[in-house]
Design a protein around this ligand. Structure first.
Ligand code: HGY
Ligand code: MN
Ligand code: MN
Ligand code: MN
Length: 427
């Protein structure tokens, strides 16, 4: 492939979709739930297996490995200069009963891309780092992108102190298993923070998790922007009581209040009048959650997103007002905790141009599109020009066991990533 500014063409023929699929399927075996589902929460035994496997692949690709105190794992291809690294990576953690491609494609694919660049005799000017972010999903500690937030200084020790899992385990105690943990959240964050200027560009390869590319028969997506995610936790409590003896007029049923709140989320989101506005009540936990006891506790986790931040915030405001109204009407006590309310990101022209050029040199059909899912790229964009490359996934399905991407689309995605990295790293 003639690469702009390069004397010799870059031969990426060693990149094999079927070989990468084999690695992805092996990685998928490290799961708390049986195949084809993948469940893999940060620092659990299966996550430790996944980390070990990623290290094996990084070593096999000739990369020098380093791990920071939060467990972000770097695999470096040295360059003639020692700073301003071009970084590419994604995550291997998986929410309960997810699939085999979300995140993992951008970790395994990045290692395969660097292995191919080395085989093609490519010697970068700036170093290239592949990165396995320690955890992108919010499942265990209730906050997404905990590793990239730590890397860019978007996470305080105070916030991290408050993040405990369902057993009350803190990030620090759980990260001790990684062996690169630390004595306190301050120390862990200090050792994770990326120094200014250390990263010159960031690009993440990921499945689209939406149906557009497949619908239009396109091979690649160049991400222009990432939607603004917000999440919050709502606790509702009533007095509960005996399902037989407590008469209806005397009830303040927390379960019914929760049901109304979930409907209010849908109503407020639809009222935004924009297809890009989405709202989900994905988690509802009732207490004591048994047939003949009137629910006295309800915990909800609500996720509201939009590519327009102001419109997203207006939807959030509407939902918060509805919670007040519903709690008042049903005489339940309520507590709302904002988990995150992050701005959207416009991807960097420098990265999207390099990725578009790579797609064109590969003769890959492509289009620019918005990412409705959030990614670690959302935070890496705070310290460096950042962007993403998407490949199609079947029916746009994701966060489901039947999530799927074809070997040929994976192969094209990894080739585009390799070429984009070569352009950004210079030689
Ligand atoms: O929820 C998301 O957008 C990502 O998959 N964590
Ligand atoms: Mn995900
Ligand atoms: Mn993901
Ligand atoms: Mn074009």
């Amino acid at each position: 492939l003639m690469q702009a500014g390069r004397a010799t063409p870059l031969d990426l023929s060693s990149i094999s979709g079927p070989a990468i699929v084999k690695q992805l399927m092996h990685l998928a075996t490290f799961s708390d739930d049986p195949n084809p589902a993948v469940t893999r929460l940060i620092f659990t035994p299966n996550d430790m297996e996944a980390r070990r496997y990623v290290r094996v692949l990084m070593r096999d690709a000739g990369l020098s490995i380093r791990e920071d105190p939060m467990g972000n794992i770097y695999g470096r291809m040295a360059g003639s200069s020692s700073t301003g690294a071009v970084v590419t990576g994604s995550h291997t953690d998986a929410i309960p009963l997810a699939g085999a491609y979300d995140g993992t494609l951008g970790v395994i694919g990045a290692i395969a891309a660097l292995k191919a660049l080395r085989a093609a005799g490519f010697r970068p000017e700036r170093p290239i780092d592949t990165l396995m972010f320690t955890s992108e999903e919010p499942t265990r500690f209730g906050l997404g992108c905990i590793g990239s937030r730590g890397m860019v200084g978007a996470l305080s020790a105070k916030t991290l102190d408050a993040k405990v899992d369902i057993n009350g385990t803190t990030f620090k105690d759980a990260s001790a298993r990684v062996g690169s943990g630390g004595s306190s959240h301050e120390a862990i964050l200090a050792g994770t923070r990326v120094p200014d200027g250390a990263v010159s560009a960031f690009v993440e390869l990921h499945i689209e998790q939406g149906p557009l590319l497949e619908k239009e028969g396109l091979q690649l997506g160049i991400v222009s922007a990432i939607a603004a995610p917000a999440a919050f936790r709502v606790s509702l409590s009533g007095d509960g009581g005996h399902a037989g003896a407590l008469l209806m007029p005397d009830r303040n049923d927390a379960g019914l209040a929760a049901a109304e709140v979930a409907l209010a989320v849908e109503e407020a989101t639809l009222a935004a009048g924009a297809i890009d506005a989405v709202g989900t009540t994905g988690y509802v936990q009732l207490g004591p959650n048994t047939m003949n006891s009137v629910p006295r506790e309800a915990r909800l986790e609500i996720d509201i997103r939009d590519i327009d931040a102001a419109r997203r915030d207006a939807t959030v405001e509407k939902v918060l007002k509805s919670i007040e109204r519903i709690a008042e009407k049903r005489k339940v006590r309520h507590r709302v905790e904002v988990i995150n309310q992050d701005p959207p990101v416009t991807c960097s022209q420098k990265v999207t141009a390099a990725a578009t050029e790579a797609a064109e040199e590969l003769g890959a059909s492509h289009k620019s599109l918005v990412s409705r899912a959030y990614h670690d790229t959302l935070f890496m964009s705070q310290i460096a020009p950042a962007g993403m490359i998407f490949i199609p996934c079947r029916n746009g399905w994701s966060h489901r066991p039947d999530e799927f991407a074809s070997a040929e689309n994976i192969e094209m995605g990894v080739k585009a990533l390799a070429l984009t990295l070569a352009k950004l790293a210079g030689s």
